[in-house]
Design a binder for this molecule. Structure first.
Ligand code: ATP
Length: 308
């Protein structure tokens, strides 16, 4: 669906995209990274709105620099910023955007209405955009992006400004639309757990560099170390410190939060042996010992450790 080779985008001294080599597969792709990671810049490059400083990019097999108009007619886009005209009715706005994408006027009217029903705004379709809540406005942005029946939809932070329940509803809606209508979606977000839950693929960026790219089911999952939780921080005093030091001295990678230790660096059985021995030596007591799931957050932690 998308392929880049050495894609680089500079703004003066800032390297927004740093020699990216990636491939995005069909389905729903989460483009994740902290603020300033380069997500919006990559979406802009995919739309052909920026000329890369170096490297190459194809989207749906097309070079956006060579055939931007043709490509943009196949892509729906919802930008991050608030771009909705307050005085327009939702249905008029979505119809207008469908017409801009080349849909004939009479058909655009029907599609605007249908898509607003689809995103849960059927009853609200005649309201002006300025009277709508943030959640409703995000749904209007989604509706205008899919109204022209695109092959690919790019959604920049579609859950921005939403509360946890609304975020979850929005992501479920996007996932359901992608599957029902076979539309590929790239959505940017900095909510790693949510991307992990609803997306098929992930592209993770950190300060313009690629941290990970691929199927979420292959990048996260079981079998990456253990979680060792001790009963009490002060029972006996210093025991958690002692367990942490002993595990680190055995050459294991230990991350600690209060009395919970995440330990990696050996096979599961060996980690359990180390945990048992170090806990016994420190006189501590175990509350919980279990296999850890590898999460998207681990990919970022691993990348930070690599670059140190
Ligand atoms: P956010 O989550 O905050 O939207 P992002 O991951 O989308 O962040 P980008 O907006 O792509 O990040 O920005 C990447 C880097 O490039 C940032 O350091 C940003 O300041 C810089 N940048 C982006 N656009 C421009 C521009 N037009 N001129 C100068 N610098 C820019």
């Amino acid at each position: 669906m998308v392929e880049t080779k050495g894609l680089t985008q500079r703004f003066g001294q800032t390297v927004a995209l740093d020699r990216l080599d990636l491939q995005m597969q069909p389905g729903v792709t989460g483009l994740v990274g902290a603020n300033g990671a380069g997500k919006t810049t990559l979406l802009s490059a995919m739309l052909g709105l920026r000329t890369p400083t170096a490297g190459s990019l194809t989207v749906l097999g097309i070079d956006p620099q060579q055939a931007g108009h043709r490509l943009r007619a196949m892509i729906g886009f919802a930008p991050e910023r608030n771009v909705l005209p307050d005085e327009m009715r939702a249905v008029d706005f979505v119809r207008h955007m469908a017409e801009v994408q080349g849909i004939p006027r009479s058909e655009a009217r029907t599609r605007a209405s249908d898509t607003l029903w689809l995103v849960g705004l059927g009853e609200e379709r005649l309201r002006t955009l300025g009277t709508m809540s943030t959640g409703q406005r995000q749904r209007v942005k989604l509706a205008q992006a899919i109204a022209s029946d695109p092959k690919l939809v790019l959604l920049d932070e579609p859950t921005d400004g939403l509360d946890p329940v609304q975020r979850s509803e929005m992501l479920n809606l996007i996932s359901q639309i992608s599957k029902s209508f076979s539309i590929d979606v790239v959505l940017s977000s900095h909510q790693l757990e949510e991307v992990e839950r609803v997306c098929d693929n992930v592209v993770a960026l950190d300060a313009g560099r690629l941290v990970a790219c691929g199927l979420i089911s292959e990048l996260v999952g079981a079998g990456d170390g253990i979680t060792l939780e001790l009963v009490d921080l002060a029972d006996p005093p210093g025991s958690v410190d002692a367990v942490e030091s002993a595990l680190a001295a055995a050459g294991l990678e230990v991350r600690r939060e209060a009395a919970v230790l995440a330990v990696r660096g050996a096979e599961f059985a060996e980690l359990c042996d180390h945990a048992r021995d170090s806990v016994a030596a420190a006189g501590a007591r175990i509350r919980r010992l279990e296999a850890r799931r590898r999460t998207l957050e681990d990919l970022f932690d691993g990348s930070a450790a690599d670059s140190r």
